[in-house]
Design a protein around this ligand. Structure first.
Ligand SMILES: NC(=O)c1ccc[n+]([C@@H]2O[C@H](COP(=O)([O-])OP(=O)(O)OC[C@H]3O[C@@H](n4cnc5c(N)ncnc54)[C@H](O)[C@@H]3O)[C@@H](O)[C@H]2O)c1
Length: 383
């Protein structure tokens, strides 16, 4: 594999800044590879997987706060080591020069013009760096749920609506559209609609590019993907599963809006019912606590019945740095989607369900089963 571009929508956000800083730190020999699934001992070797040193970063962000500053903020918040931003200052500034302030900002009058500009920015990045291919990764702020619209039904409908200027396409779908149109693979690390419009599935097939999503699995849902199959396998009957998530950071502030949080709650909800095969009651909350900074806490309370109706309870607490959990997965996904593209794979990649709360193209939620799917996908050359 030659050099691979990673074009991040939301490139100056916490997840993107941590991913970029981490990749630069590993390349400079300043950090190890803990947290990267694709670098775990025993993970199948595959020569189409681009090396971390072969990744070139760029992207769009509505914010103009430079990466050098974002890295300092992440160090102050305890997400990355204190000395790293200063040691990587030159490299971070060079990546920042490849980040365009703007993108799908909802301000341009013509939708066609927005899509054309995003595609042109990605193509210019590819040409500027002589990249073999580019993967577009959406790590921008989560959007509220998108209602079904007739103009999104088929690619012909969408193309017509774009031409007429009547299209209302959310930013996440604009990035997916522009990625496919520019011949790039796509990852949606957010619960936003992204590539999940039927018209965009058609476009990906037509342009022969692969895509994966949705919503990175890094905390409460990761534990659910391990624990729900355990209850099913032991034939214990789950009566309720309640969850409270406390989030700081930009993501937490954005999810303080109940409409936006609805997207995240929807993507978290499916797993338990689909794994157990029956509906399970239980409230699920996401709340913003500014004082948590870049940290998050999930507390889950599960009631279940065992043999002869004995009633029991499981509780767990998960505390972590959101972006430190997410960033290595962004790097894994960019590499894996690039490898699938190079191997000639097009359309959705359900084999990457291991990384997502709400995986596209499969209802397999069991983490161990998802890991087996991932390993055999890579061992078979990502085809
Ligand atoms: N563990 C995790 O951190 C985790 C797990 C799963 C999903 N996610 C998702 O990843 C995304 C990023 O999380 P974060 O913590 O980095 O959030 P953040 O608020 O720090 O960063 C989001 C960035 O997106 C930018 N942005 C907003 N709208 C944009 C647009 N239309 N075009 C381009 N840029 C835009 C913002 O300016 C900001 O820099 C969120 O949607 C979050 O829900 C995060």
């Amino acid at each position: 594999m030659g050099r691979t571009g990673v074009w991040l929508a939301g490139a100056r956000g916490s997840v993107a800044s941590t991913a970029i800083t981490g990749a630069l730190a590993i390349r400079a020999g300043l950090a190890d590879r803990v947290g990267l699934v694709s670098e775990a001992p025993g993970f199948p070797a595959f020569d189409l997987l681009p090396g971390l040193a072969d990744l070139v970063f760029g992207g769009h962000d509505l914010s103009g706060v430079p990466l050098t500053k974002r890295a300092q903020q992440l160090a102050q918040a305890g997400v990355i080591p204190a000395g790293l931003p200063a040691r990587l200052h030159g490299e971070l500034a060079a990546v920042d020069a490849d980040i365009t302030t703007g993108g799908a900002d909802g301000r341009t009058r013509s939708p066609a013009e927005t899509l054309r500009r995003i595609s042109a920015d990605i193509a210019a990045f590819r040409d500027r760096h002589g990249l073999d291919r580019v993967v577009v990764v959406n790590v921008a702020s989560t959007e509220p749920p998108t209602p079904a619209r007739p103009e999104h039904a088929t690619l012909a409908d969408l193309t017509r609506a774009i031409g007429l200027g009547t299209m209302v396409l959310p930013a996440s779908a604009c990035y997916a559209y522009a990625a496919f149109d520019a011949g790039c693979g796509h990852v949606d690390f957010t619960p936003s609609i992204g590539a999940r419009l039927p018209a965009l599935a058609e476009l990906a097939r037509e342009r022969a590019v692969p895509y994966a999503g949705s919503d990175g699995k890094t905390g409460e849902t990761l534990l659910k993907a391990v624990l729900a199959p355990m209850f099913a396998g032991r034939h214990l009957h789950v009566g309720s599963w309640s969850g409270t998530n406390l989030l700081g950071g930009g993501d937490g502030a954005n999810l303080a809006d109940p409409q936006t949080a609805a997207s995240k709650l929807e993507s978290k909800r499916r797993l338990v019912d689909e794994t157990l095969g029956y509906p399970v009651e239980g409230p699920l909350h996401i709340d913003y606590v500014a004082d948590l900074g870049e940290q998050k806490t999930a507390w889950d309370h599960v009631t279940f019945q065992g043999f002869l109706g004995a009633r029991m309870t499981l509780q767990f607490t998960w505390q972590g740095y959101d972006s430190a959990l997410a960033a290595p997965l962004v790097l894994d996904l960019a590499r894996l989607v690039a490898a699938a593209h190079a191997a000639g794979r097009a359309g959705p990649l359900p084999e990457l369900a291991y990384f997502f709360k709400d995986p596209i193209g499969t209802s397999v939620h069991d983490l161990a089963a998802q890991y087996d799917m991932l390993r055999s996908f890579v061992a078979q050359g990502c085809t």
